[in-house]
Design a protein around this ligand. Sequence first.
Ligand SMILES: [Zn+2]
Length: 98
Amino acid sequence: MSMPRKVPVLLHVKENVQYARDCQNRQECLKAIRLILDGEATSEQLHYFHDHLDYCMPCIENYNLEVTIRQLLCDRLERKAVSADVINSIRSKITEIA
Ligand SMILES: [Zn+2]
């Protein structure tokens, strides 16, 4: 039951907010962040993180890092798809000529 993947967006760090510098649960949080980004988090996890990512700086940074990695991967896949199209259109042009 996987949902269609959307490219996630970076969280904005607001200037007038006091963020927590330490996370009590960094490793667990990171696991949950990955589940969220993979669309596999439970609604409890989503609910907890919705609040948590409002103030926990280490987790915001981890989240944004994970988002950046996924954006880069998506970018690569798209570019691959484009180049496959280009190759196909060149190939069909060659067949037309031949
Ligand atoms: Zn945290």
